[in-house]
Design a protein around this ligand. Structure first.
Ligand code: FE
Length: 346
């Protein structure tokens, strides 16, 4: 989606200001080092890590935040783009930027130590920074604990008319469907998806939290959401009731584990400050930044050796599906077509 004119104007104005400031600073002191970031992630989520990075290295981080249009922006700017790094959520969006030829490969032993192989591109074009679990939530009132334990169970006829999800074309669901294709093969995955479709209580709609709300309102008994929305609902006056109506299931604990997705980063193809960009990437893959980043949004560190505290700790340990996200990325197109074939959104 292209940004609205107003958004584009704001985006340009911020960029121009950043460029002017950077230029003036560079003229004042040639030794100043900086790195330019385009971010789909909100400032409160990553600014604390940027500040810590600057305090440690003296390298300034100039960040531009946007909700949409970053890929188009990078494409339009071409080799004149000031951006060194891009931050976004979902393996789908990271691989879209890679497939558009807008990234460059990064090779770093320090990054590879911090980020598990399955959560970075094998050729270094993107790296996960936080991990999110795609969980099942169930009605406290109408589903007994243990009644559902896996994604496969979502297709069981006992849930007919009782399941709610968002669109089958949303990247979160496309990635989950792609992981099912990997685990079961195309034909069995399609049969599963058709079964899930036939169990839906309503046409796929709304965001992840809308599925918890639908459970609270008695529309359905089972939903599929990303885990950090639990935290967001629990700490919201308006949404707390939705949170209180649901139980949490980490799917597939008896076999491959719960499907995981990432938020992550990539170095742009024409990064003007590649050394500084690499330094920031290595910092963010390190233990300290991993702890901080996961905590601000209730996400998990990609590095499984980093402990969690507070809300995440209260959710308990669970087994993660370690399927390579590069394979999920490669299956996305086919997964999206599979959703069309079963008429998932009809
Ligand atoms: Fe989300």
């Amino acid at each position: 989606m292209k940004p609205k004119p107003s958004m584009r104007a704001i985006f340009s104005a911020i960029l121009l200001t950043a460029a002017l400031t950077a230029g003036a600073t560079a003229a004042a002191n040639a030794a100043d080092r900086e790195v330019n970031v385009y971010s789909y992630r909100q400032p409160f989520l990553i600014e604390p890590m940027f500040d810590a990075f600057t305090a440690e290295t003296g390298i300034k981080v100039n960040a531009v935040y946007a909700k949409t249009g970053m890929l188009e922006r990078l494409q339009n700017e071409g080799r004149n783009s000031p951006a060194d790094l891009v931050f976004t959520v979902d393996i789908g969006r990271l691989s879209d930027i890679q497939n558009a030829g807008l990234t460059q490969p990064v090779e770093s032993a320090a990054i590879n130590r911090g980020i598990p192989a399955g959560m970075r591109d094998p050729h270094g074009h993107w790296f996960g920074l936080t991990a999110r679990a795609r969980i099942i939530v169930t009605s406290k009132a109408r589903v007994r604990p243990g009644e559902i334990g896996s994604y496969e169970d979502l297709a069981d006829a006992k849930w007919k008319g009782r399941v709610c999800t968002r669109s089958g074309k949303h990247p979160y669901n496309v990635a989950l469907f792609a992981s099912m294709m990997h685990s079961h093969g195309d034909a069995a995955a399609q049969e599963w998806l058709a079964g899930l479709k036939s169990n839906l209580a309503r046409r796929p709609q709304g965001n992840d939290r809308a599925q918890a709300r639908a459970i609270a309102e008695g529309v359905c008994d089972v939903g599929v959401i990303n885990h950090y929305y639990l935290y967001q609902m629990a700490t919201s006056d308006k949404q707390k009731a939705w949170f209180e109506a649901i139980d949490v299931v980490f799917p597939n604990q008896a076999d491959r584990g719960t499907h995981m997705n990432i938020s992550g980063m990539a170095m742009t193809r024409h990064a003007p400050n590649p050394d500084e960009a690499l330094a920031l990437m290595e910092f963010l893959a390190g233990d300290r930044a991993q702890e901080m980043y996961a905590e601000v949004n209730g996400e998990y560190p990609v590095n499984p050796r980093i402990g969690v505290s507070g809300y995440l700790e209260s959710l308990g340990d669970f087994k993660r599906d370690t399927l390579d996200l590069a394979r999920v990325a490669a299956n996305r197109g086919a997964a999206s077509k599979m959703a069309d074939r079963v008429g998932y959104n009809d």
